[in-house]
Design a protein around this ligand. Sequence first.
Ligand SMILES: [Zn+2]
Length: 77
Amino acid sequence: MTLGSNIFYVQDQNQITACLRSHEMVHIEQYQKDGFFGFLFRYLMTYLKFRIQGKSHIIAYYSIPYEQEAYAKERQA
Ligand SMILES: [Zn+2]
């Protein structure tokens, strides 16, 4: 999980892959682009919009544009 310019891993150190690091670095760039509160607001509002539309947690999560960008770049790592 990324908060501003800090990355918090819940995984054990040996489970932190280059893909995961790449994913979280995209979120750092997104925070820098949209601002700390701008990123969090858009992220949460988009997630809630999808949940209100009836999507499951996991579908709502993967539908967030910030996540889609991060997963797309993660696959390139
Ligand atoms: Zn993410």
